[in-house]
Design a binder for this molecule. Structure first.
Ligand SMILES: Nc1ncnc2c1ncn2[C@@H]1O[C@H](COP(=O)(O)OP(=O)(O)OP(=O)(O)O)[C@@H](O)[C@H]1O
Ligand SMILES: [Mg+2]
Length: 597
């Protein structure tokens, strides 16, 4: 989880807060017309409230002093009209911003989702999913609310306060100065508070992310939690995080309460002082009663704009952290395509080649040996090569390099002579199909899940063929709605072997030129495995394939075998050759097929 940046310099914080918020501009830009009109309407509405004291002054010094009932009625009518206009304008403002701002939120969310899809696996390895979820939900909501409310009202209140101050000083200079004394201390307190609040707000939002992660993990891992009777420890973990979040929220509330108290009490004292001073002067006759009434009602009209600044600043601070958290994801390094797509060589079939490929995980400690170290390997065109190695030897890692789920640290991988690092990812991924150890199914129908592996033109015949190869047609036919049956989140409703067969069907449905299978048959019973192998043999004839194998039966599908050991290719040859020449291979292949697992 990224650390909270704590800057001590308040000016730097303020400036960077503004810079952070300015990054929202590209999203607000398309709706700027409505947005600014709404702000303008709000400023007008708010300034209307300052006209009310002037009408009062006229009323008190004019018709009231002259005992003219007609004038009083007229004054009351003016006041009523002003009130109605103010309310109407605020309503108009709300109507103006509501729809554009929800479209801003939707667009930001869409961008975030798109970005999450494009970010490399290395990023997803590093980030907890709950942190990503909370950015896409809570943080974006905070940003929308900020745009709708605090942003506008900080401007509106500032304008209103300035206009009000001018009116106060214009009506009576000395009373005005008395009233304005608390301004400086309040501003200093606000800026101090804003800094403190920013730190706590960031902590709270990160903790929401952690909490989301725990909830998500316990829901996804509910079988493990129940199976091992871990409810209590999961609940404890949840309670700890919830408690942490609660205490952070409490310190937020405490900060807010303090600032609120100061912001309300100081102006109140000033109004009291002005009232005493003003009454004395009215009694002395050097101030008209109407001026005092107007003065005090202006001061009262300014109370709300001043008081609300505290929580407007708080909401803005939360929006700053939310924006920061949003852009942390948006700024993460994307998978990049080579600047200039290399001119494809004349398609000379050369198969799949690893040349001096090394790989270490980006977050591995510096002194750790690389997972893969100078791998040289050639899968000839049309050949099937089995990759064998002890568990944890790096087989899955090696296969993930081919579709560029991870980037090689050194060396290169060539498909028919073309460096994959220079290929457009989209083309690379149509050339290469993969089935991983952990078959993942999406919340969609069986057919959609399988056809995901093919282009948009693939349909029923391709689906039927792929299901046939994976020996999945039998069980799919028995599902309530056949290939249209919805499979749940992660395919929970299917058995491990059934999911594995659908993943295999997905890998072969697009008739890929290169096929990478990571132990695709591990969850099948021997009879199903034999039938899948028989069908797979036909597919493998047409493609160049790299198949991770743990059992002799899977190895039998391959023309040759490579042994991965200590991060290097220790031996390459046929099954028989390696049985004779490599003790490690012989050991891996003995022990009842998959004794090493
Ligand atoms: N994201 C990661 N970050 C750091 N290390 C990792 C990561 N993923 C895997 N590893 C490590 O890399 C090594 C190779 O893992 P890999 O999954 O490639 O093994 P494997 O040969 O496929 O094993 P198995 O036969 O059990 O499937 C292991 O030691 C593993 O702990
Ligand atoms: Mg593996």
């Amino acid at each position: 989880m990224p650390e909270t940046p704590v800057t001590s310099e308040s000016v730097a914080v303020r400036r960077s807060a503004v810079r952070v918020l300015l990054r929202l501009w590209p999203y607000v830009r398309p709706v700027r017309g409505r947005f600014f009109s709404a702000a303008f309407v709000a400023v007008v509405a708010s300034c209307l409230s300052l006209v009310i004291p002037l009408v009062l002054k006229w009323l008190v010094d004019g018709p009231v002093a002259d005992r003219d009932p007609g004038g009083v009625w007229l004054g009351a009518l003016y006041l009523l009209l002003l009130g109605v206009a103010e309310a109407g304008l605020f309503g108009l403002r709300r109507w103006l911003v509501a729809r554009p701002l929800s479209s801003v939120e939707a667009r930001m969310r869409e961008d975030l989702y798109g970005r999450l899809q494009r970010l490399p696996i290395a990023f997803h390895d590093r980030w907890a999913s709950g942190q990503l979820l909370s950015r896409g939900t809570t943080d974006l909501m905070i940003v929308r609310m900020f745009l709708a409310f605090p942003l506008t009202f900080l401007v509106v209140n500032a304008v209103t306060i300035l206009a009000g101050c001018a009116l106060l000083l214009g009506q009576d200079r000395s009373l005005g100065l008395v009233l304005l004394t608390p301004v400086v201390p309040v501003m200093v307190l606000c800026s101090y508070f804003e800094r403190r609040y920013g730190v706590v707000a960031r902590r709270a939002q990160d903790q929401v992310g952690d909490l989301t992660t725990v909830v998500e993990e316990s829901v996804l891992g509910i079988r493990i939690v129940k199976g091992f009777g871990r409810h209590r420890s999961q609940a404890d973990a949840f309670r700890r995080l919830a408690e942490l979040l609660r205490s952070t929220e409490l310190s937020k509330a405490r900060l807010l309460a303090t600032i609120w108290a100061l912001i309300t009490v100081l102006p109140e004292l000033a109004i009291g002082a002005a009232l005493v001073l003003g009454s004395v002067r009215v009694a002395d006759g050097d101030l008209s009663a109407g001026t005092l009434v107007a003065f005090l009602s202006t001061a009262l009209a300014l109370r709300w704009p001043v008081e609300s600044i505290g929580f407007l600043l708080a909401m803005s601070q939360e929006a700053v952290t939310a924006t920061e958290r949003y852009f942390e994801v948006m700024d993460a390094e994307e998978e990049r395509d080579a600047a200039a797509p290399a001119a494809a060589p004349a398609g000379a079939a050369d198969g799949l080649r690893f040349e001096g490929v090394s790989f270490r995980f980006p977050d591995a400690p510096d002194d750790a040996p690389p997972v893969l170290d100078s791998i040289d390997l050639h899968v000839r065109p049309g050949e099937t090569l089995a990759l064998v190695g002890a568990t944890g030897s790096g087989k899955t890692t090696l296969t993930a390099l081919v579709p560029r789920l991870h980037e090689v640290s050194a060396g290169r991988i060539l498909l028919d002579g073309e460096d994959i690092a220079l290929m457009e990812r989209e083309r690379l991924r149509t050339l290469v199909s993969v089935a991983f150890e952990e078959p993942t199914l999406f919340s969609a129908s069986v057919g959609e899940n399988v056809l995901m592996g093919a282009g948009p033109e693939a349909g029923e015949p391709e689906l039927a063929r792929a299901l046939g190869i994976a020996q999945a047609d039998g069980f799919v036919g028995r599902l309530p709605e056949g290939t249209r049956t919805q499979v749940g989140e992660q395919g929970l409703s299917l058995s491990g072997g059934q999911r594995q067969r659908l993943a295999l069907a997905r890998a072969v449905v697009g008739r890929p030129r290169f096929l990478v299978l990571d132990d695709p048959l591990s969850a099948l019973d021997v009879h199903t495995e034999a039938r899948v192998e028989a069908a797979l043999r036909e597919v493998l004839k047409e493609t160049t394939a790299l198949v991770v194998a743990h059992r002799p039966s899977t190895v039998m599908l391959a023309d040759r075998v490579a042994l991965l050991s200590g991060g290097r290719i220790a031996a390459v040859g046929t099954h028989q050759e390696l049985l004779r020449s490599s003790a490690e291979y012989a050991w891996l292949m003995s022990g009842g097929g998959d004794g090493e697992r």
